[in-house]
Design a protein around this ligand. Structure first.
Ligand code: HEM
Length: 179
């Protein structure tokens, strides 16, 4: 997992819960990196999972809810870091339907070792989209947060339902309907 995902996560934890909580979740985890992340480095996903688990225990907030809020913050980071990628799109459905064949393809050019999910489009109309998310990392709520923000970016909103295909969240169907 890319370092930017860790650095932005710990920045947000500090902003919302304070530096003591950042120190606490780092010291409770067994981290090869020892919690020293650089934006351009690459670290094990298991480190992120431990940080999330300890933050969840400390705050009594479910990991999925933490990922949702984090993704909403991360969208703004992506928007600032890759303005050109977003500028290609005029419509949220078009943008979300292009994650697999365009957006994450570009991401892989920048970071060849990025660990990305796959999104398979099953159905698409001008106002709706059905996609299957697949990833061993089960970060579907991170996807949900990015989707919410994608609609907001285009001054729009949507109703998004998740249906787990696999109980462990490694395969999830997203049913997206523009409001
Ligand atoms: C992960 C880039 C848009 C879904 C990531 C990562 C990067 C990235 C750098 C981390 C990879 C790693 O840690 O190795 C971008 C950029 C985008 C964009 C530059 C737009 C400009 C989106 C959108 C979605 C999405 C709109 C909406 C569904 C995800 C998910 C992950 C991810 C779910 C987590 C990894 C996983 O589930 O396996 N993306 N992304 N991305 N991205 Fe995107």
């Amino acid at each position: 997992m890319k370092g930017i995902v860790f650095t932005e996560f710990l920045d947000l934890v500090e902003e919302k819960f304070g530096l003591e909580v950042v120190d606490k979740i780092i010291s409770q985890s067994e981290l090869e990196s020892e919690g020293a992340y650089t934006a351009v480095g690459t670290y094990k996903f298991s480190e992120m999972l431990q940080l999330l688990q300890h933050l969840s225990t400390h705050t009594n907030i479910e990991i999925d809810d933490l990922l949702l809020v984090y993704a909403e913050h991360f969208f703004d980071v992506l928007k600032q870091s890759y303005p050109g990628l977003l500028a290609t799109y005029k419509d949220p459905i078009e943008m979300l339907a292009s994650i697999e064949n365009h957006i994450h393809v570009e991401v892989r050019k920048i970071y060849p070792d990025a660990e990305l999910p796959t999104f398979e489009v099953l159905e698409k109309t001008s106002n709706s989209l059905v996609m299957i998310y697949k990833s061993s990392r089960s970060m579907h709520h991170f996807g949900l947060g990015l989707m919410n923000k994608t609609f907001e970016h285009f001054n729009s909103t949507a109703t998004i339902e998740l249906e787990k295909i696999k109980e462990d969240g490694t395969e999830v169907k997203f049913l997206i309907n523009k409001n």
